[in-house]
Design a protein around this ligand. Structure first.
Ligand SMILES: Cc1cc2nc3c(=O)[nH]c(=O)nc-3n(C[C@H](O)[C@H](O)[C@H](O)COP(=O)(O)OP(=O)(O)OC[C@H]3O[C@@H](n4cnc5c(N)ncnc54)[C@H](O)[C@@H]3O)c2cc1C
Length: 467
């Protein structure tokens, strides 16, 4: 496809500085990929510093009919930020100011390019926190988190990103600036456009300002680690915590293969129970020491009453809690260190079905040649499935894709969904019809058309190629 990039660059130069426009090959290559490592080189990258500049860029691209791909920290795991048809990459990383911290209303206003960890660091000084804090916190941006409706380990108690977004300023594909929602906690005037744009993966509008709720930082947290010898037993343990009336802020789970990969990867690996079938990490937080102490004790009691528990431990201090968390955080790097190619699924089922899904996936693995690792957020039924296959091995590659489809089908048959937090992007789009009816996909297409009649904003994402 030929785009009139020369005219775009000439016009962009009238309102952007030289260093806000990248056209040389080396610079473009940096913006050609995200965490999926799939690559596609854009024709030009622009780095606006204000909403007005975003609006002018969008208007110009609209007139010249050049596609635009918004980008944040490029940590996406479904390829949403990759400029698959070339054109313009609109990187929001220079719009990175925290504009307001309103301690009276517990609200903040931020630009989209603020890095998640920087925001958390600033809020800490006010004894506040923004609960949505994905594991990619040191690189991902708030704009990207909103566009993906990101989840995180503490979603089981605090909800997902969408639950904290009160208002958005956004730029439509033709350059129109809109302000939806606002500073009120309640607002049922008209359709909920804030909720619609949140999670729309950069396909409806470019987010340029975000009004979010924040919460007081919990004063106390306790972390427990439980090793168990049976998957379904682990599922029962997770459910028993909720039945006891406790809502932990995180319940993470990893299977035996993940435990062993982390044990190989970590210098302190020998401290992990390699024989355990499952590792469950439970964390509770709150403001009252006695209440948290009692809940922690209850959780350890529940673990010890479960006949499948091999070992349970309550972290004695923050340092030990951090050691427990490191096991979970290093799971993905540990799997990658095995040096294989991999496909990842981010499926989600109702909480109690999670361990049954893992069991079904182990069953799938038995009739295939690839290796499957499962870990994830047991508290909200969100499972990350990593299918490993040898690089360049045609048979294993083919097998991995067959397994991926079987995992998706099994998830749907259990009342689950294709993606819990990583989004559809390009990696899940061709499986969309396993979950959604033709009519539902058509309705989404009509919404896309209403925002983006020329189909220029983040094209070839979310919708299946064949529809
Ligand atoms: C190590 C690692 C850990 C991760 N952990 C988690 C996790 O715990 N939970 C989770 O949910 N995800 C996780 N992810 C995935 C990823 O970090 C999230 O999807 C994150 O929200 C992406 O943010 P980003 O700034 O990197 O966005 P990008 O990857 O740059 O973009 C993601 C999508 O958002 C769009 N976009 C970006 N900015 C804007 C904007 N301003 N306006 C409109 N659209 C925009 C892009 O077009 C793209 O479709 C992880 C990824 C990695 C690599």
């Amino acid at each position: 496809m030929h785009y009139d990039i020369e005219s775009f660059v000439d016009i962009a130069k009238t309102f952007l500085r030289h260093d806000q426009i990248i056209t040389e090959k080396e610079g473009l290559s940096h913006f050609s990929y995200d965490a999926t490592e799939i690559r596609s080189i854009p024709h030009v990258v622009v780095l606006p510093e204000s909403t007005e500049e975003v609006s002018k860029i969008m208007r110009c691209a609209y007139d010249l009919e050049i596609p635009v791909t918004p980008q944040g920290g490029r940590t996406g795991l479904s390829g949403g930020a990759i400029p698959v048809v070339g054109g313009i990459v609109l990187s929001l990383v220079k719009m990175n100011r925290i504009l307001e911290i309103d301690t009276k209303n517990l609200q903040i206003v931020v630009e989209p390019g603020v890095v998640a960890a920087d925001l958390q660091g600033t809020l800490k000084g006010y004894n506040l926190f923004f609960p949505p804090d994905p594991s990619s916190t040191v690189e991902s941006t708030i704009g990207g988190n909103v566009a993906e409706n990101a989840g995180y380990t503490r979603a089981v108690k605090y909800g997902v990103t969408r639950d904290y977004i009160l208002g958005l300023e956004a730029v439509l594909p033709d350059g129109t600036i809109i302000n939806v929602g606002g500073h009120t906690v309640k607002n049922v005037t008209g359709y909920d456009l804030v909720a619609l744009i949140t999670g729309s993966e950069g396909t409806l509008a470019v987010i340029t300002k975000i009004i979010c709720k924040v919460l007081p930082m919990p004063r106390i947290r306790r972390t427990c680690i439980v090793y168990m010898d049976d998957l379904i037993g682990a599922g029962d343990f997770v459910v028993s915590i909720f039945e006891k009336g406790i809502t932990p802020c995180a319940i993470e789970l990893m299977d035996n293969y993940c435990i062993n990969c982390v044990a190989d990867y970590l210098p302190s690996g020998e401290a992990l129970r390699r024989d355990a079938e499952v590792l469950v990490l439970v964390e509770i937080d709150g403001h009252h020491e006695v209440a948290i102490f009692d809940e922690a004790k209850d959780i350890i009691d529940l673990a010890n009453k479960n006949r499948h528990t091999i070992e349970s431990r309550l972290a004695k201090d923050e340092m030990e809690a951090e050691k427990f968390w490191r096991i979970r955080r290093d799971t993905l790097p540990a799997l990658k260190a095995k040096g294989k190619d991999h496909l990842e699924a981010d499926v989600v089922v109702p909480r109690y079905k999670l361990t049954f899904l893992i069991q079904a996936i182990k069953e799938i693995e038995r009739s295939h040649i690839v290796k499957i690792a499962t870990f994830g957020h047991a508290g909200d039924g969100n499972l990350h499935v990593t299918i490993q296959y040898r690089k360049g091995n045609f048979k294993e590659t083919e097998d991995a894709y067959t397994v991926l489809e079987e995992v998706y089908k099994k998830t749907i048959s259990m009342g689950g969904k294709l993606t819990g937090e990583h989004g559809v992007g390009i990696t899940v789009k061709n499986y969309l019809n396993l979950q959604m009816s033709k009519e539902e996909i058509e309705l989404m297409k009509r919404i896309k058309m209403a925002f983006d009649p020329k189909g220029l904003l983040n094209p070839k994402k979310v919708f299946p190629d064949h529809l």
